[in-house]
Ligand binder design. Structure first.
Ligand SMILES: *[C@@H]1O[C@H](CO)[C@@H](O)[C@H](O)[C@H]1NC(C)=O
Ligand SMILES: *[C@@H]1O[C@H](CO)[C@@H](O)[C@H](O)[C@H]1NC(C)=O
Ligand SMILES: *[C@@H]1O[C@H](CO)[C@@H](O)[C@H](O)[C@H]1NC(C)=O
Length: 452
């Protein structure tokens, strides 16, 4: 919920800025998935994986000088937003060698830290494509379900293996913004409900003017523009905690925002923007069942398991249901044990009650709530699979006591068993460099068609 962007690398490779580069050919790894029409009746689709543009080598179109090094722009090539886009090119990616991304059959593994020949890469963000220039647009409502297998046995405190959906443009914004020549092929056009301001390009322009280097992330900074859109977090998790979280936006599709008016993690006023940065989350531990999810628990994260998410009904009354399947057994989501909050699914009533019980800010409703989330899901969203660490809140909002100065027995404060000192990026990047997550066996279809 307090999402922050993963980290771009200081890369010495070539790509097309908002142009496309030619040093390294862009070859999208293949990943199959299944479209089901009824139980036992599924068709295999040949999807492809693309790495987000922020991770790519950005260099001058006429040669190999970096347009961006570490967390700084080259002031000649990127003197302003517009010239940066015409001077710089994003290059192709060596998925395995530089980024630790390996696709095989129906599975995708993301490694946390990858030592390449020219760079150290931290985490990654990838999208499912329909073909080499278009993202797959998944329609998940009404009355549909999304299922995948996950192995996060090797994902400790402080890391987040996230599988989620955002309302990006299918072509990465190429048609809308003629200065974006790279498009979905190079992973452009990202947006989410934090209205991220760490993106190097938004709407075909550099995010150069007003860029401030991060104080604790040598690869990242925050610019004056952000990129908003609706976000459905099916899965944000490590081996200790997990959350499923819809984030509504008053404007669903990708929309550029300005400065602190963006709201979200990167802005001084978190609630100033078009989107709901907190979401309405269901984290079993936070909802009072500390025995349900984790290593050796009912959903045993020391082994692979299946995650089913259903979107039942429509509009304001849509219900988001969760099942797990492990060792052939279907396990319904844990029930809330919080006084005044009932059930094991996310509905408008659940959000009303949970926000009140926890005393949380309730922006989900203000930004259109379940009705706008349902509209986003019906309209088609892009599948994101990522692995990241958290330079803003050490992932404590997911897996520890948060806020850290409160008693973990206060409703809503205890979110998982990780120490409040855990999740510091410098620590996890050195101590858990070999962490990884594997997503596999993606299936989409009508209710009850993909599992059981
Ligand atoms: C910035 O790019 C220009 C033009 O390619 C190059 O001459 C200059 O050396 C670069 N500056 C830095 C600090 O890399
Ligand atoms: C570049 O973006 C900034 C905001 O980040 C904006 O204030 C400025 O007007 C833009 N410049 C141009 C030339 O569009
Ligand atoms: C799906 O399965 C559940 C549990 O078996 C059942 O309660 C529900 O009615 C089914 N939904 C549909 C649409 O078949």
């Amino acid at each position: 919920m307090y999402r922050t962007l993963a980290i771009a690398t200081s890369i010495l490779a070539v790509a097309h800025g908002q142009l496309a580069g030619t040093q390294q050919t862009e070859t999208h790894p293949g990943m199959t998935w299944q479209q089901c029409t009824a139980k036992g009746s599924c068709q295999t689709k040949n999807g492809k994986i693309v790495l987000d543009s922020n991770w790519r080598w950005l260099h001058t179109k006429s040669g190999y000088d970096n347009c961006y090094t570490g967390n700084e722009w080259n002031s000649t090539l990127c003197a302003d937003n517009k010239s940066c886009a015409t001077n710089c090119a994003l290059d192709g990616a060596d998925y395995r060698g530089t980024y630790g991304i390996t696709a095989s059959g129906n599975s995708l593994q993301l490694k946390f830290v990858t030592e390449g020949s020219y760079s150290t890469n931290i985490g990654s963000r990838t999208y499912m494509m329909k073909d080499d220039s278009t993202y797959e647009m998944f329609k998940l409502a009404p009355d549909r379900e999304f299922t995948f297998d996950v192995d996060l046995s090797n994902l400790p405190c402080g890391l987040n293996g996230a599988l989620y959906f955002v309302s990006m443009d299918a072509d990465g914004g190429m048609k809308k913004y003629s200065s974006n020549k790279a498009g979905a092929k190079y992973g452009t056009g990202y947006c989410d409900a934090q209205c991220p301001r760490d993106l190097k390009f938004i709407n075909g322009e550099g995010n150069v003017e007003g860029w401030q280097q991060s104080s604790n992330d040598q690869n990242a900074g925050v610019g004056n523009h952000g990129s908003c859109c609706a976000e459905m977090d099916i899965w944000e998790a490590n081996s200790v905690s997990t959350a499923v979280t819809p984030h509504s936006c008053s404007t669903i599709g990708q929309t550029r925002c300005d400065g602190d008016g963006c709201g979200g993690t990167y802005s001084s006023d978190r609630y100033a923007g078009l989107c709901d940065p907190d979401g309405c989350d269901f984290n079993s531990y936070r909802m009072g069942d500390t025995t349900f999810y984790g290593k050796g628990k009912i959903v045993d994260t020391s082994k692979k398991f299946t995650v089913v998410t259903q979107f039942v009904g429509n509009g304001e009354s849509m219900e988001i249901k969760r099942f797990y399947v492990q060792n052939g057994e279907v396990i319904p989501n844990s029930q809330s044990k919080i006084e005044g909050v009932e059930g094991n699914s996310i509905t408008t009533q659940f959000c009303d009650a949970q926000k009140q019980a926890f005393g949380d800010t309730y922006t989900f409703k203000e930004k259109g709530g379940m009705a706008n989330m349902a509209k986003a899901l019906e309209g088609g969203m892009v599948l994101v699979m990522s692995l990241w660490d958290d330079h803003y809140a050490n992932m404590l909002w997911l897996d520890s006591t948060y806020p850290t100065d409160k008693d973990p027995s206060t409703p809503g404060v205890g979110r998982g068993e990780c120490e409040t000192t855990s999740g510091v990026p410098a620590d996890v990047e050195s101590q858990s460099a070999s962490a990884s997550v594997t997503y596999s066996n993606i299936r989409v279809g009508p209710l009850n068609s993909t599992f059981g």
